[in-house]
Design a protein around this ligand. Structure first.
Ligand code: ADP
Ligand code: MG
Length: 234
């Protein structure tokens, strides 16, 4: 579904991420771990066409994304839940969700997608008309995920969905990600919370200073002494 080869990207002269090789199969959940400033957000933003690409290849479902503009990428089936959620604070929950469907405004399935999102996050249905800026952090994360799902993605890019949330809410978000994955959507999950990412994903990559330094199944990563030391607090 997603195949990244020898990808370099970054701002100005510098390569923020370099020589990235990574793939995600249809319906698979894959994690990207790494410390603060490792380049995790840049990687997701590069896939979505929001960071300048230098060279390499990003194949998605047979299409080369490298020269495509960010505005054209959601319609291909890539949903992006940005770091820090970025909900629109002064409009309602429902209007935030509809914004996620801008590339599919004529899609007759929009109403049923909304129902699916409310089934996944019943709390959003209760708060339908509430301004998104007045929601809790966890609820805003649900809006951000719901908004991305409105675009009917085949691949969902999730940038630190658990960041700053209370443990009980982290469990809720984690459970929602598993439910989304169970519907056949592929997930590329970026987390600083490595323990969480390894529970949700089957495989993962570790990014350090913009390069992939370790990859493996989640159980291999969990046993890896470097991963344990750097990311699992062992
Ligand atoms: N818009 C930008 N302009 C210039 N440098 C940036 C920009 N965004 C991020 N960077 C730099 O790229 C590096 C990687 O950042 P980022 O991808 O946000 O890492 P992470 O998500 O792993 O914390 C950092 O050194 C950061 O300062
Ligand atoms: Mg980040």
């Amino acid at each position: 579904m997603l195949e990244i080869k020898n990808l370099f990207a970054g701002y100005g002269q510098t390569d923020t991420i370099s020589n990235i090789n990574l793939n995600v199969d249809k319906g698979e959940t894959v994690s990207v771990l790494g410390a603060n400033t490792a380049g995790k957000t840049t990687l997701l933003r590069t896939i979505s066409g929001l960071t300048p690409r230098k060279r390499g290849s990003i194949l998605f479902d047979g299409s080369e994304l490298l020269d495509m503009e960010g505005k054209d990428i959601p319609a291909l089936g890539i949903g992006h839940v940005p770091e820090g959620r970025h909900v629109f604070p002064k409009i309602s929950v429902i209007d935030n969700l509809y914004l996620g469907a801008y590339s599919r405004q004529k899609d007759p399935e929009i109403k049923s997608r909304l129902e699916d999102i409310f089934e996944l996050f019943p709390r959003l249905k209760e708060r339908y008309h509430q301004l998104a800026g007045t929601l809790s952090g966890g609820e805003q994360q649900m809006v951000a995920i719901g908004r991305a799902l409105m675009g009917k993605p085949q691949l969902l890019l999730l940038d630190e969905p658990s960041h700053g949330l209370a443990p009980i809410v982290v469990d809720e978000v984690h459970c929602a990600i598993e439910k989304i994955a169970a519907t056949g959507v592929a997930v590329l999950l970026v987390e600083q919370n490595a323990a969480l990412a390894l529970q949700v994903a089957k495989r993962g990559f570790v990014l350090s200073s913009g390069s992939i330094v370790i990859k493996g199944t989640s159980s291999e990563l969990a046993e890896n002494p470097d991963v344990k030391k750097a990311y699992l607090g062992a």
